[in-house]
Design a protein around this ligand. Structure first.
Ligand SMILES: Nc1nc2c(ncn2[C@@H]2O[C@H](COP(=O)(O)OP(=O)(O)O)[C@@H](O)[C@H]2O)c(=O)[nH]1
Ligand SMILES: [Mg+2]
Ligand SMILES: [Zn+2]
Length: 344
């Protein structure tokens, strides 16, 4: 590196690259060394490489063309196999197909970081212990709506409930059923309704999200015993005594369907959306939003607010409406603190 002063950007990049260990010399494939263009899906994303699975189920570790921006798990890519393996690398990813959706989280350096792409279903895991938080469910739903990914709301640990308590939580979940979300009560402990979860999981590619302690690891341990073995093999402490982040990975479930998993995806911070996105994230508001008297209606005490009127008429659930304003307010607070709050 030359002696001239580093720009702030460069310093920042060096800082963020610091934990990525020693940079190996970049491996360059000569064009004549590469075979035909093939399609594949990214099943694991490492710091500098990605594992691509072919339609035949073979997995190849690939470099990324330098011009590519962020390649993530779930990406459909075109790639070319090298005539021989070089330093354990079998080929190169040349392009990413357009994504049907992407799941993102706030990132200190980049603002927003995409974690996974082409997801068919986000499974929002909640639990009756410590408490069932509709507010948290609503926050995840806003993320699902914004990313345009279908959601399934799962309520875990129902083995801890009496019959009366079960009826109570059913009432709370009915709020979501009434606005078209699918819900499922189950117990990872007793196995109650776990077969129903299996059926949901067999539909395309799913991701579990939810707060710490709700039972996500318990589900994953049951679904993918071999994934644990793998996680165990990726040691937390590298040979250099530095922490490595466990890579995101796409697993094929034995009963059909795929599961994308990594601790970072399970419990990502609930990022702070634009107020308009939060409003659009409440799907049942949509039918009345356009009829508020004022275009810049805050849906609070504004005269002629159609949303509030719908709440008063019982057409929109009052708890959802309250959570909506809490979400908007917590966003404003976070903005004024000028940093991202992680809620894990
Ligand atoms: N009673 C009960 N406890 C559960 C159930 N599922 C998970 N747990 C417990 O809840 C705690 C947190 O579970 P874990 O899977 O680590 O949650 P995670 O933080 O979301 O990954 C653990 O002590 C589990 O044994 C369940 O269905 N019933
Ligand atoms: Mg866990
Ligand atoms: Zn309004």
């Amino acid at each position: 590196m030359s002696k001239r002063r580093l720009t702030q950007n460069q310093q920042r990049r060096i800082k963020s690259n610091h934990h990525k260990k020693i940079a190996k010399p970049e491996l360059e494939w000569q064009d004549e060394m590469l075979g035909e263009v093939q399609q594949g899906i990214v099943v694991t994303r490492h710091a500098r490489h990605a594992d691509v699975e072919t339609e035949q189920g073979e997995i190849y570790r690939c470099n990324l063309r330098r011009t590519l921006k962020n390649v993530v798990v779930g990406d459909l890519v075109s790639w070319r196999q090298g005539s021989e393996q070089l330093q354990g690398i079998s080929g190169v990813i040349e392009a990413i197909y357009p994504r049907k959706n992407e799941l993102s989280r706030p990132d200190y350096y980049d603002g927003i970081k995409v974690m996974a792409a082409n997801i068919d279903q986000i499974i929002i895991v909640s639990a009756v212990l410590p408490t069932l938080s509709l507010n948290i469910i609503d926050r995840y739903l806003v993320i699902c709506e914004t990313a345009n990914i279908p959601a399934l709301i799962v309520l875990n640990k129902i083995d801890l409930l009496s019959e009366a308590e079960r009826q109570e939580v059913q009432k709370q979940l009915a709020i979501y059923k009434n606005i078209g979300y699918e819900t499922l009560c189950l117990s990872a402990d007793t196995g109650e309704n776990m077969d129903k979860l299996d059926r949901y999981l067999s539909r395309g590619t799913s991701i579990f999200v939810g707060q710490s302690g709700v039972g996500k690891s318990s589900f994953i341990n049951q679904l993918l015993p071999e994934a644990n073995a793998l996680t165990g093999a990726v040691s937390d402490i590298s040979g250099l005594g530095q922490h490595t982040t466990t890579s995101s990975r796409l697993y094929h479930l034995p009963q059909g369907g795929n599961l994308i998993d990594s601790p970072g995806i399970r419990e990502f911070g609930l990022w702070h959306l634009e107020p308009e996105q939060i409003t659009l994230g409440y799907r049942e508001f949509q039918s009345v939003l356009g009829t508020c008297k004022f275009r810049d209606c805050k849906h609070k005490s504004d005269p002629g607010c159609a949303v509030r009127e719908a709440v008063e008429k019982g057409e929109i659930n009052a708890i959802r409406f309250e959570n909506y304003h809490r979400l908007i307010e917590s966003r404003d607070e976070t903005k004024s603190q000028r940093h991202f709050r992680t809620e894990e």
